[in-house]
Design a protein around this ligand. Structure first.
Ligand SMILES: [Zn+2]
Length: 359
């Protein structure tokens, strides 16, 4: 029983592949069935900032919010049905997602890369949620978390302190140390930042992915682009936070200013080569990632850039095939129309193939 898939990319190329044991193979002989004729195909949608462990943010005044495996399993299934074949989970207060990766067969969930527990300092995040370390211990803690995680370490770069706005949790040297130690286990580092000065520190320190990062500068963008670094602006999450804080509050005004900066930077950053990625960050579930992608369009990305940001860019940024290479996992999402001509198409894939199985 062999299946042949015609994969017409919205970016131009059309390739024909057979599925062999869950991977793409060169077509050989006659196939029993053919799929994909007349559709547009991408390797999948990518949610580059998710938290599968739960649906809810931590309580503002603290309180441990453990992940729940059953719920996480359900969200992982929903994400795959919505076309998310790759998901970068940016950590939680526990290792629910790491457990999920062991518990679920790959063909029933997206491919997942994940940070284990988030790393902050005392008073440097929601109370009693992330690991609250002494900043000078960052090397040993990152070493542990890199081993526990699946490809990522997540740092909380800054957090508001009463009356002072967001304050950096770590120095640039400490961030550099984190990147170096994570690299020893082949892990990347992601940093939460909403402060003014922290994105520049993180970029200079070699951090791989800037989460939110509203105050990146032109020179940060140039540096990040040079090394193919990632920026996940999570615009829906920021807009929601502004509503929660109130647009007139100190925090709300800061985020509005930051969104203005992001709007100014996004198209140029994309063109320069920064991997701008779509991330849901608990606005809905990972299945909602098309909404964040469409939002990036409102912030200045062209339709072509939006489709890249939510599909191929995430595959390339994590060293995966973005064009159905022979030998790559047979993952594909088929759309009835070209998503570049109508972004709404991203919300409704017709067929999702994961590890060679039609979902
Ligand atoms: Zn997050």
């Amino acid at each position: 029983m062999s299946t042949r898939v015609i994969l017409r990319s919205p970016f131009g190329e059309t390739v024909t592949r057979d599925i062999a044991d869950g991977y793409w193979a060169d077509p050989v002989g006659a196939a029993d069935s053919t799929l994909g004729e007349g559709y547009w195909a991408v390797p999948g949608l990518v949610d580059a900032h998710s938290h599968l462990a739960t649906r809810d943010l931590p309580a503002p005044n603290g309180g441990y919010q453990p992940g729940v495996l059953d719920g996480a399993v359900e969200r992982a299934r929903d994400a795959l049905s919505a076309g998310v074949t790759l998901l970068l989970d940016k950590g939680w207060c526990d290792k629910t997602v790491i457990d999920l990766m062991a518990a679920m067969p790959e063909a029933e969930r997206p491919e997942i890369e994940a940070a284990a527990q988030m790393i902050a300092v005392n008073e440097g995040y929601y109370p009693d949620f992330a690991l609250e370390i002494d900043a000078f211990e960052i090397g040993s803690v990152v070493a542990e978390q890199a081993v526990m995680g699946a490809g990522w370490v997540k740092l909380i770069g800054d957090w508001p302190r009463r009356g002072r706005g967001p304050v950096a949790n770590f120095t640039e040297d400490q961030l550099r140390r984190a990147v170096e130690i994570a690299g020893e286990s082949g892990s990347r580092v992601a940093i939460h930042t909403q402060a003014r000065e922290v994105p520049s520190m993180a970029v200079a320190a070699g951090v791989h992915s800037i989460e939110h990062g509203l105050f990146l500068t032109d020179s940060d963008v140039a540096t990040l682009a040079q090394r193919g670094g990632m920026w996940v602006p999570t615009v829906l999450r920021i807009e929601e936070t502004i509503v929660q804080l109130g647009a007139e509050s100190g925090g709300g005004r800061l985020l509005i200013e930051g969104l203005g900066n992001a709007r100014r930077l996004l198209p140029a950053a994309f063109e320069a080569g920064v991997r701008i990625l779509a991330g849901t960050d608990l606005v809905g579930t990972p299945a909602n990632v098309a909404s964040e992608a469409i939002k990036l369009g409102e912030y200045g990305l062209s339709n072509l850039q939006v489709v890249e940001a939510v599909t191929t860019a995430g595959f390339r940024a994590t060293d995966r095939s973005s064009d159905f290479a022979v030998g790559a996992p047979a993952d594909a999402v088929l759309f009835p129309e070209d998503p570049i001509s109508d972004l709404e198409v991203l919300r409704h894939p017709t067929v999702v193939i994961r590890k060679g199985t039609v979902v």
